[in-house]
Design a protein around this ligand. Structure first.
Ligand SMILES: NC(=O)C1=CN([C@@H]2O[C@H](COP(=O)(O)OP(=O)(O)OC[C@H]3O[C@@H](n4cnc5c(N)ncnc54)[C@H](OP(=O)(O)O)[C@@H]3O)[C@@H](O)[C@H]2O)C=CC1
Ligand SMILES: CC(=O)N[C@@H](CCC(=O)OP(=O)(O)O)C(=O)O
Length: 345
């Protein structure tokens, strides 16, 4: 299978290459870059020297659709929406790491992203790639809207309780923490070393584009309109997302029953681990891997459920989940190429 990565010179791109380069079903990788065409990939990422022999190329949409079977987009918002109509018409499968196809309502996209939405016809083709929740649709999809990093951790943390109607859906509060790599490789003041080292700060309160993404999936799952309170924070680490999620319990449910429910819910999902031994997973425990690790706490005193959910933003929160979806779309074992253990410490 031949694949192209558009925006291959960024963090999402280098992670895709880390996993795809030795993927047993991938023959050729085209790394598409406009700013760095003709440069060697290992000159941009010297740790790849002698491992990855690829040169970045500038390719038109026509050339891409002619030469490859699958296109991954690791580009900022407002890029894939421009390329996609032609690619979809040509029959190529596409997996988009950006948010351009995640929100089904064009007005909502325009309000939260500030760009023109993707065209309605192409948007209809998009399948939300939260793998564990949408596996059957992913199997049939031509276009995957790969979820955002915070929504991946949040939704996987909430789904068992939501499906079993154990929390009041309009009481959900999400406290999110991310490392600097979430902002991508391009320079952003938010992640300037001297402003994030030994510092923790909240940002985009009530305005983060992951709010409508989380609400859309919760509302679809619950068949009612759900709103959430979400506050993201940047903490001084490179990789990792932790979401600490609170909700009011809507029924009497013991810690033991909640543990059993969560464990049972994810028993067939190879990349979700549920801890039931009073261990609360840490971001370091999933570093570099495609795992989401979850633990739940039932507080009978306050009648609240707390969920801790951690992922590596660049893997399960982006490139790893994209490859999990790629595997499923093509009938490969979903673990193919992704069975790396986390790096610790
Ligand atoms: N970082 C993360 O943790 C996560 C990121 N995402 C999403 O994945 C996407 C990629 O993120 P990330 O890799 O971190 O970002 P980076 O900034 O590291 O890389 C983005 C790449 O996109 C390319 N690019 C930039 N502008 C344009 C443009 N106008 N047209 C075409 N290509 C362009 C650039 O490559 P070149 O100049 O070589 O073409 C650049 O290297 C984003 O949409 C991001 O929101 C999703 C989940 C998590
Ligand atoms: C540290 C930092 O700035 N993180 C970014 C992560 C955004 C991201 O990756 O967005 P998508 O997952 O929607 O593509 C942010 O919170 O806006």
């Amino acid at each position: 299978m031949d694949v192209a990565i558009v925006g291959g010179s960024g963090y999402g791109g280098v992670e895709l290459i880390r996993f795809l380069y030795h993927h047993p079903h991938v023959d050729q990788i085209k790394v598409v870059s406009h700013s760095k065409a003709n440069e060697r990939f290992s000159d941009i990422y010297p740790h790849m020297k002698d491992h990855v022999d690829l040169t970045m190329e500038s390719m038109s949409v026509e050339a891409i659709s002619q030469y490859v079977d699958v296109v991954f987009f690791a580009t900022p918002a407002n890029v894939s929406s421009k390329w996609m109509p032609e690619l979809i018409k040509s029959g190529v499968k596409c997996i988009d790491l950006s948010g351009d196809f995640r929100l089904k309502d064009q007005e909502v996209y325009e309000e939260w992203y500030g760009y023109d939405a993707a065209d309605a016809e192409t948007l209809k083709e998009a399948v939300y790639g939260l793998t564990e929740e949408n596996r059957e649709a992913v199997k049939q999809a031509q276009l995957i809207a790969n979820p955002g990093c915070y929504p991946t951790a949040t939704l996987l943390g909430l789904m068992p309780a939501v499906h079993h109607k154990l929390i009041d859906l309009n009481s959900i509060i999400i406290d999110g923490k991310t490392g600097a790599s979430g902002a991508g490789r391009s320079l952003s003041q938010n992640v300037h070393y001297s402003e994030m080292n030994e510092n923790t700060k909240a940002y985009k309160l009530g305005a983060h584009k992951h709010i409508p993404e989380i609400e859309q999936w919760l509302s679809k799952t619950a068949s009612e309109e759900v709103t959430v309170q979400f506050t993201p924070h940047i903490v001084p680490m490179t990789r990792g997302i932790m979401t600490t999620i609170y909700g009011n319990l809507s029924t009497d449910y013991s810690q033991q029953k909640m543990n059993d429910l969560y464990q049972d819910y994810y028993k067939n999902d190879p990349f979700v681990k549920v801890y039931t031994n009073n261990h609360y997973p840490q971001t370091k425990e999933v570093y570099g891997s495609n795992y989401c690790a979850i633990a739940v706490h039932v507080d009978e005193r306050t009648n609240k459920l707390t969920v801790i959910s951690v992922i590596d933003n660049l893997v399960k929160g982006a490139s790893g989940q994209a490859i999990q979806n790629f595997n499923i779309m093509h009938g490969f074992d979903e673990k193919t190429g992704l069975e790396l253990l986390p790096i610790f410490p």
